[in-house]
Design a protein around this ligand. Structure first.
Ligand code: FAD
Length: 425
């Protein structure tokens, strides 16, 4: 069996979802094929654009710092104007879907994490507006009994080490376990689901009121448990007498799921054809163009024809790359996965990473080399395929974890790849 469309997007992480929205908004018939969810829905949902360059924190608007990146960096290929347009489109979509993304006025926001570190990020949902800490004098850090990774004393001990306004007094509290019968640690997602119910919301609101009566504060920091959608967050925030700020958590981060849901709603309303639980395994190519991808689906092997393809299959973790000792390849077209400077990965797999965990890891910035249209390149610099475009973590030349640029690069490269794909149809 075979299906045909204008543009086939592969992968439903941030890059795939964004590419499908952009392509469909250009009036093309779009199908989104994906094996599973990407990392968006387990993350914080904060859109990191650029937190660090060479280990130095970016001061001010991160968009002003893009020109300082190496010429092969995906942001340099897309260009500042393109990056700004792509992020603007994402913000429009998310605002429509009750998941508004806002930037702080002065530069990267430093969002507290559940481990007590400060994560630099650019666009966040309203619940992560950490700059509210700047005007607080007394902050109550709330943990929840039974919730994994919930240690308010660790958070306050760590946050005291950062140069916060000296006047801030940090206090800790624990809310009671809302599901004492659960025979396992709770995750933020369990509690976010619970507070979607009237009883769950009442538990959280009354717990916070009680904690604030015992320890008055100007602001409460709590794990990301305030529901799965913007409406629930708004209701909870309005029912508590002081601002609530959520901390970014280890997966599942809940904020990412809110963003994922918003983007999925947009895709459905645009009429994008969703093909789930399907893994692209091979490509049919001819004379420098791709005709179809073959995917394994629940109903067996299927061919998906398209006029252009956007590959947003992620990196080693997302399943976009396959590795064997001394070599890594992109999983569908078999394209080489190269280091940021275009060199092959070292022969010895132990040399793919640095001994220093905060060092420079070859694997972290390795990926498919692309041109400014996001077409994959041959060794001589010419496009390897005319109608195939890469986006997100599968693109080489940046280390999202060290730079704090993950979702930003995903959105920017997706926008460019989608427009390039549209130009083929
Ligand atoms: C735990 C975690 C937390 C993070 N937190 C943040 C954060 O707070 N802010 C931020 O900006 N960035 C964050 N990042 C980074 C960010 O999530 C990624 O950089 C970005 O989402 C990359 O998205 P992607 O769409 O390129 O890839 P992925 O999210 O990896 O998605 C890849 C997609 O491709 C699909 N796929 C792969 N191979 C195939 C195939 N052969 N056929 C069909 N489908 C396939 C996968 O199922 C998946 O849907 C985080 C990353 C992780 C891992």
């Amino acid at each position: 069996m075979s299906r045909t469309t204008d543009i086939l997007v592969v992968g439903s992480g941030m890059a795939g979802l964004a590419a499908a929205i952009v392509a469909r908004s250009q009036g093309k018939r779009v199908a989104l094929l994906s094996r599973g969810c990407g990392s968006l829905n387990i993350g914080s949902g904060c859109v990191d654009v650029l937190g660090y360059i060479d280990g130095r924190a970016v001061a001010g608007n991160p968009l002003d710092a893009l020109d300082a990146l190496p010429p092969r960096h995906p942001y340099r290929l897309v260009g500042r104007e393109g990056v700004e347009t792509a992020l603007g489109l994402l913000r429009e979509v998310c605002a429509r879907r009750d998941a508004p993304l806002n930037a702080a006025a002065t530069g990267n926001r430093r969002v507290p994490t559940i481990l007590g570190t400060l994560k630099p990020t650019w666009l966040t949902l309203p619940s992560f507006q950490a700059e509210r800490l700047e005007t607080a004098e007394t902050v109550l850090v709330a943990g929840i009994r039974g919730l994994k990774d919930s240690h308010p004393a660790l958070v306050t001990a760590q946050l005291r080490r950062y140069p916060h306004p000296a006047r801030i007094r940090w206090h800790e509290t624990h809310l009671e376990n809302p599901m004492p019968g659960a025979h396992r640690n709770l995750s933020p997602l369990d509690i976010a689901r619970l507070v979607e119910t009237a009883e769950g919301a009442a538990w959280l609101i009354s717990g916070l009121h009680k904690a604030l009566r015992a320890t008055p504060a100007d602001l409460v920091l709590l794990p990301p448990v305030c529901g799965l959608c913007g409406t629930t967050w708004k209701g909870l925030a309005a029912a508590v007498p002081v601002p609530l700020v959520e901390m970014a958590a280890l997966p599942p981060g809940v904020g990412g799921l809110r963003l994922y849901t918003a983007l999925l709603e947009e895709l459905r309303s645009l009429g994008v054809d969703m093909i789930e639980n399907a893994r692209a395994v091979a490509a049919e190519c001819d004379g420098g163009s791709c005709r179809a991808l073959v995917a394994e689906t629940a109903c067996g092997s299927r061919r998906f024809e398209a006029r252009a393809f956007v590959m947003a299959t992620g990196g080693f973790m997302g399943g976009g790359f396959q590795s064997s000792p001394g070599e890594a390849r992109e999983a569908v077209f078999g394209l080489p996965v190269l280091q940021a400077d275009g060199a092959p990965l070292p022969q010895r797999p132990e040399d793919w990473s640095d001994k220093d965990i905060f060092g420079s890891h070859a694997f972290a910035s390795a990926g498919v080399m692309v041109n400014a249209d996001m077409q994959p390149l041959r060794a001589d610099g010419a496009p390897a395929l005319n109608n195939v475009f890469f986006a997100g973590r599968s693109v080489g030349g940046y280390d999202f974890a060290a730079e704090k640029s993950g979702n930003g690069v995903a959105v920017a490269t997706a926008w460019r790849a989608a427009l390039s794909a549209c130009a083929q149809c």
